[in-house]
Every structure is written in C-alpha cells, then in structure tokens.
Design a protein around this ligand. Sequence first.
Ligand code: AP5
Ligand code: MG
Length: 240
Amino acid sequence: MATKEFKRAARIILVGAPGVGKGTQAERLMKRFPQLSALSSGDLLRNAVRQRTPLGQEAESHMKAGSLVPDDMILRLILGELKAKSWVPPTTSLSDAAPSLPSDAPSASFILDGFPRTSIQAKKLDSLVPINLVVSLITPVNIILGRIANRWVHAPSGRVYNTGFNKPKVEGKDDVTGEPLTKREDDGEETWRARLKKFEETSEPLLEHYDRKGVLWRVEGKSSDEISPKLFGEFETRFC
Ligand code: AP5
Ligand code: MG
C-alpha cells in the first residue's frame, strides 16, 4: 500500500482497561499507516525492569502488585523517550510546564499506548506536546479476562500474540526474530483484577480531562477486529 501523507500530524493516546487491546490496535494502526510510530509506557517499564536500571528496580514492585508506578517516575521515563525520538524539543524539561500549549507543535505523528494514565500525567503532557485524539477503547470485562490467559509476548519488542486469535507462525516463537515468547508477570488473574480496579479509579478523571478539551473519541466492540475498522475510519476522517 502506498504511504499517504497526513493532512496534519496525528498525536494520539490510547486509553482502556488492561487487555482491552491498546497494544494490538497500536500495531494495527502502524501497519495501516506506516508514518505512525508508537510508544508503550508498559513496554518501556518492562524493559527498564529487565535491564535492572534503578528506575526499573523501583517500578517492579508496583507493576507486580498491579498498581501504577508513581507519576514522577513515569514522567521522567516518558520525557526521556519523547526527547530521544524528537517528539518534543531536546531542551524540554519537566519544570517547563507552560500553562498553554506550545506554539511550535512537533510535526511527528505518534501513538502513546498506556500514557498518560492519571490527570496529573495528562496535564504535564499538555504542557509538553498537544494531543489531538484520545481513543477510549471499550470491551466487556468478561471478554478481556479470557484473552489475557492466552496472551504471549515477545518481551524485547513488545509484540503481542494470542493462542486463541493471533497465533505466532511457529508455536512459542516470535514471528520476526524467532526468539522465545514469554508470559507477562502481571497477567495472573489476581493481578489483572488489581490493574482493572486501578484503571476504573483513574480513567474517569483522565477521560473527563480530554473530553473538556474536545479531543475524546469513544469506540466500543467485543473484539479488536470489530474495533479496528471503526478506528481506521475515524483516523482517516481526522488526519488523511
Ligand atoms: P501496560 O503494559 O500498559 O498494561 P495494561 O494497560 O494493563 O494493558 P495491557 O498491555 O495488558 O493490554 P493492552 O490493552 O495493550 O492489550 P493487548 O493488545 O495486549 O502497563 C503495565 C503496568 O505498567 C501497569 O499496571 C502499571 O504498573 C505500569 N504503567 C504503565 N503505564 C503507566 C503510567 N502511565 N503510569 C503509571 N504506571 C504505568 O491485548 C490483550 C490480549 O488480547 C492479547 O493477547 C491480544 O492478542 C488479545 N486480543 C486482542 N484482540 C483480540 C481479539 N479480537 N480477539 C481475541 N483476543 C484478542
Ligand atoms: Mg499493552
């Protein structure tokens, strides 16, 4: 498929319960629109844990318990990545916090998967880079729980597979590298329920924040296959 130019830069956030399909939709959007890149806060944190960085060591217990890592920690981590990818100017610092949106908005188009998760994170992000679409993904909880049991991941890349719906070509192996797939440490049912509870506590103020800004769009479906065409359609209307 030929790469189409966007009529304006897309700066998108995916919000949704654990296992709703944020990572899956981000991958599909990037396949469909190769100009897009994505950043997953969960993948970044899991990399930091694997590499035993000081931040990773501090984050690990929060993640294992299914709770959120502290705002200042995730903000430091994300800002570093936004700078490394030139999605914000290299001189940006967390104390810059401008009350209004920066006038020199970046031209890159990107998806943030799993960040921001609290209104404190959202307000900080507003002061760094203006987001122009927030997708709230909605799927019934009983359906999500069934999927998590079948989820396998390629940890170094964050690629997600599902033995029921999106099998790897060779059982237990990543399609691209052939490396072994693993289970996520926080995918046990008890931890997943803790993550869901945390999501229910924090998502309402987050979504209200973006609703007030007029950038919130909700999409509901029983499966990612039902959601993807709607998401592609909305994306095309807004950006293509
Ligand atoms: P994070 O990694 O972001 O986890 P999460 O939000 O709990 O979401 P998941 O990655 O589990 O699910 P997903 O929505 O990406 O679904 P997926 O596409 O894999 O965060 C992990 C932890 O990090 C948090 O708990 C927290 O501690 C910390 N953290 C991260 N960001 C933070 C922040 N901003 N602030 C503070 N702390 C933060 O899909 C799920 C499964 O469903 C897969 O197996 C997939 O294959 C399958 N699936 C998808 N579509 C279908 C379908 N149509 N039919 C069947 N199965 C399907
Ligand atoms: Mg994910």
